[in-house]
Design a protein around this ligand. Structure first.
Ligand SMILES: Cc1cc2nc3c(=O)[nH]c(=O)nc-3n(C[C@H](O)[C@H](O)[C@H](O)COP(=O)(O)OP(=O)(O)OC[C@H]3O[C@@H](n4cnc5c(N)ncnc54)[C@H](O)[C@@H]3O)c2cc1C
Length: 461
């Protein structure tokens, strides 16, 4: 690139060198394309490059190194640390890498890194197959998979990374590699939990599992500590076919909920049973007996029907989030969770328990860069709100205090649910041995730390 030209002109020239599109602040699409899921990350990158293939990515990385412009990587745009967009950066936007190739007989799929969880789920469930992502259809498979992936099949089939067979990635040098158990095995280990530190992923190869029948949906209870603690004990002891994500939240005004309960706090347990419908009813019976449900919307149907409804872009909110792992969730923790939920001043909040164990815990902590497999629960607090800096501070304080009232400090945090102010350091996301191994692999694949707008692993020899 000819440095005699202003940087804006150099960026325009980059557009002529690639198959994809370069979107600068003058472009009519700039504002909609730079928007991410969390409203507080209202940032103005130097350009967003909608790459069309791996060669485009290599060209952008080369350009970034020649111009010293920082690089952000964006897929589904749901980063809780706001890493998918940065002021003054070149955003490598992979959303157009959205092709999926399904091998129905071999039960595998190569999915483009720009696809969302919902898109992949819809594509594979047509064939009676599944791979587990998270609870929301609009989350990108890329960010989710690279952090671990904790969703409704965690107990049956493990984390998303436990179904990952291979990754195609463009490294800082512009090399296109395929990493799997046998090729670049260290890199493959690091990509299963180490986030966007090692290159730009173009596609993921997943193992698909047959899912002939699925039963799931919300079971809604009054938010009493006894119900919540009872739920946690039952879900922890349930067959692996059953995974649950449950939360105290203010009930939305939907017809299935009695009108007098709208806006009131309730305990909503999202139940997911991957198996025979009659077995599902047997496994669900003790949960239904915890108390008289306010609503029972569990049904047998497609897995994708369980995804949360995503708000339209104009209703995007600011989000404060904190999570922590724990192996203890009894009556004391349930009481503290309810007290915390009651004290939240945001219009929408979730005080959430994810029940882990099952297949996700049969793999060793050292087997992947996600190293929290011996924790039986993950507790997460989210506040969704709008307003100025004082509101931001109040909600950030609420999530932090709520978490510390339920989960002991030092048990570790999920890298994909780090709050904005803790995300850059991410100390709690990796135990020291994991972080040291990640640093050595980072040194091999990205010694100059080109990929640093993330929960950063500093390269170390
Ligand atoms: C509403 C909501 C619900 C969620 N639910 C769940 C859940 O149920 N389970 C769960 O595990 N997580 C969940 N998450 C967390 C989610 O997994 C992370 O926020 C994840 O980073 C989002 O990925 P993305 O691709 O959408 O985000 P982006 O903001 O596009 O990307 C986040 C980061 O991932 C890395 N990255 C993205 N694409 C690439 C790529 N192609 N190559 C290399 N690095 C890349 C980059 O560092 C990037 O900055 C949820 C988040 C939200 C906001």
């Amino acid at each position: 690139m000819d440095k005699r030209f202003p940087i804006e002109d150099q960026i325009e020239m980059l557009g002529a060198m690639i198959r994809g599109r370069v979107i600068t602040p003058h472009h009519p699409d700039y504002d909609s394309v730079r928007m991410v899921a969390l409203a507080q990350f209202d940032r103005r990158p130097a350009a967003i490059i909608r790459v069309a293939n791996a060669a485009d990515i290599a060209a952008v990385l080369n350009f970034a190194q020649a111009t010293d412009l920082p690089v952000a990587i964006r897929s589904g745009g749901h980063s809780t640390g706001g890493f998918g967009v940065a002021d003054g950066a070149l955003v490598i936007d992979v959303r157009d890498l959205n092709r999926i190739d399904i091998d129905v007989t071999g039960q595998t799929a190569w999915a483009g890194a720009g696809m969302t969880a919902g898109e992949v789920t819809h594509a594979v469930e047509q064939h009676g197959l599944i791979v587990g992502f998270g609870d929301s259809a609009s989350v990108g498979i890329a960010g989710l998979t690279l952090g671990g992936g904790i969703g409704y099949l965690a107990r049956k089939h493990g984390l998303t990374i436990d179904s990952l067979l291979a990754v195609e990635i463009v490294t800082a040098t512009g090399d296109i590699l395929v990493a799997d158990e046998h090729h670049h095995a260290d890199l493959f280990w690091a990509l299963r939990g180490g986030g966007g530190n090692f290159g730009v992923v173009t596609r993921f190869k997943y193992r698909l599992q047959p899912l002939p029948s699925f039963t799931g949906g919300p079971l809604v209870f009054p938010p009493t500590p006894e119900v919540i603690a009872g739920f946690a004990a039952l879900a922890d002891a349930a067959p692996n076919e059953l995974t649950a994500i449950a939360m105290v939240l203010p009930l939305p005004p939907i017809p299935a909920i009695p009108a007098e309960a709208h806006g009131q706090l309730a305990f909503v347990a999202m139940m997911a049973y991957a198996g025979d419908p009659a077995d599902a009813q047997r496994a669900l019976a003790p949960f239904r007996a915890l108390a008289t449900p306010l609503a029972d919307m569990i049904q047998t149907g497609p897995y994708s029907s369980l995804y949360m409804l995503d708000p339209p872009p104009e209703m995007r909110a600011m989000v404060a989030v904190r999570s922590g792992f724990t192996s203890r969730f009894g009556l004391d923790e349930a009481r503290a969770l309810v007290t915390a939920a009651q004290s939240c001043t945001a219009p929408m909040s979730m005080s959430q328990i994810r029940v882990l164990g099952g297949a996700s815990s049969t793999i060793g902590n050292e087997a992947t860069a996600f190293a929290h497999r011996d924790s039986r629960f993950m507790v997460t607090f989210l506040a969704m709100y709008g307003g100025g800096p004082e509101v931001v501070a109040a909600q950030e304080r609420w999530v932090a205090e709520a978490l510390s009232s339920v989960v002991p400090a030092g048990n570790g945090t999920y890298v994909n649910f780090l709050g904005a102010d803790e995300a850059a350091a991410g100390e709690a996301a990796y135990p020291s041995a994991t972080r040291e191994r990640l640093a050595r692999i980072k040194h091999r694949y990205d010694p100059e730390n080109l990929f640093r707008l993330n929960t950063n692993i500093a390269p170390a020899a």
